[in-house]
Design a protein around this ligand. Structure first.
Ligand code: UD1
Length: 420
């Protein structure tokens, strides 16, 4: 099994190209189920999760074809021949649940395996199901599967989400695009990936207003059509490399990153003594002096992203003073803490908060993590650790980071992938 070896202590300098957002690409691929015509996506990242979603669409009978050599342009199309999303694929990737809304809206039935628990908490899908029921779907659970059906078309409804769930907002937005009548989604998630999905659906002929706000209004249409859509740059990939520069020191240009999508992280880095600024073509991150402890609390967008919590904690592990990091989105999302502590960090978890007491230096160690962002936080920590850090279970990283070691190595990091 592949591992990544990092020898810490090298400052970073240079440029890293930021790819299309994984968390935008996954719902956009699912949106391809909403029409018989071709949906073409550009700026597609090359990631294991994209391959998993492509496999799932193939199970439904819909082909995802590359239109260029690098696979950055994908064209989705074909008739849906099967409405079952099997356990074998869903268990690999929870975002598979995003086919539920589109299948139901298009075909009137769907059978999707329940995703079940995962490393970062129980993560139920009740909000997805309640919203679809409000739109007229009949939903039953049996044998670990969600069975959903509707007679005729889904109907518009007034949906109020008790929590601004990203996935539920996306599933309901896609379903509502083809429903009969008008749907409102209140307390909708406002993440840039939702706005990106709405923009793509609008290009396909959907009638949506309010994307990026707490209230989405969707006037259902009978059919959607072909469109081409560029995927928004990945703010979490950009934020991760910003943390890499913060911990290693030096200066990076994050080419293609959107500064406006990094505001909460930018404020936290500023508190910590790291400068994030908008420049032509992207975002620049620079650290010249020492790091200071800075408190953060994760919140739905535009708050500090839960997907940046682990990486920021790694940075705080070597800051002067203490930092309190509070996780409000997922329970049990501190799996990286024991591994960071094995590298010499001083972190204590109390309920939903972690107190990080900065240490002078971390020391390299063999480490492993159980989810994507936890794994990458160990790579970030390794950049500042004395000696070698070996990160095991690299398949987690391959789900969400394209060419991680090559991108960091090109900016001066001493990092390599060990295969076999
Ligand atoms: C998405 C992102 C993930 C990110 C998360 C929060 C994708 C593919 N994944 O995940 O990287 O960490 O947003 O920004 O885009 N919840 C319920 N019932 C539901 C749905 C959610 O209780 O029906 C709870 C979850 O358990 C969790 C919270 O709501 O505690 C947030 O989940 P949600 O926003 O839905 O995250 P995902 O869409 O799964």
């Amino acid at each position: 099994m592949d591992r990544i070896r990092i020898r810490g202590g090298k400052p970073l300098a240079g440029e890293i190209r930021i790819g299309g957002a994984k968390n935008a690409a996954l719902p956009l691929l699912a949106a391809g189920l909403l029409t018989n015509e071709r949906l073409t996506l550009t700026n597609v990242p090359q990631l294991a999760d994209i391959a998993t979603m492509t496999d799932l669409l193939a199970v439904h009978g819909v082909a995802v074809e590359p239109r260029d050599e690098a696979g950055r342009v994908l064209s989705i199309g074909g008739a849906i021949t099967n409405t079952t999303a099997p356990y074998d694929i869903v268990r690999k990737m929870r975002a598979s649940i995003l086919v539920l809304g589109p299948l139901l809206a298009r075909i009137g039935e769907a059978r999707v395996s329940l995703p079940g628990g995962c490393a970062i908490g129980t993560r139920p899908v009740d909000l997805h199901l309640k919203g679809l029921e409000q739109m007229g779907a009949r939903i039953t659970l049996d044998g670990g599967y969600i069975n959903a059906e509707v007679t005729g078309r889904l109907r518009g409804g007034a949906i109020i989400l008790p929590f601004a769930s990203v996935g539920a907002t996306e599933n309901l937005l896609m379903a509502a695009a083809l429903a009969q009548g008008t749907t409102t989604i209140d307390n909708a998630a406002r993440e840039p990936e939702i706005t990106d999905l709405a923009e793509c659906l609008i290009a396909m002929g959907a009638r949506i207003t309010g994307a990026g706000s707490h209230r989405l209004t969707i006037e259902g249409v009978e059919a959607l059509h072909a469109a081409t859509h560029p995927i928004v740059p990945d703010r979490i990939e950009a934020g991760t490399y910003a943390c890499a520069a913060a911990i290693a020191g030096g200066e990076l240009l994050l080419r293609g990153a959107r500064f406006d999508h990094l505001a909460a992280l930018g404020r936290a880095l500023d508190d910590a003594g790291v400068e994030l600024s908008e420049v032509e073509g992207g975002v620049r991150v620079r650290r010249q002096n020492g790091l200071r402890g800075a408190d953060v609390m994760t919140e739905p967008y535009p708050g500090f992203p839960t997907d940046m919590q682990a990486q920021f904690m790694a940075v705080m592990a070597v800051a002067e003073g203490a930092a309190m990091i509070t996780e409000t989105i997922f329970e049990n999302r501190f799996m990286h803490v024991p591994e960071l502590n094995r590298m010499g960090a001083r972190i204590n978890v109390h309920g939903a908060s972690a107190i990080v007491r900065g240490v002078y230096a971390l020391s390299g160690a063999p480490v492993m993590a159980t989810d994507l962002r936890a794994s990458v936080s160990l790579v970030v920590a390794g950049l500042a650790a004395r000696g070698d850090t070996i990160v095991n279970r690299v398949y987690h990283l391959d789900r969400g980071y394209e060419a991680l070691e090559a991108k960091l190595a090109s900016c001066g990091a001493d990092i390599e992938r060990l295969t076999g």
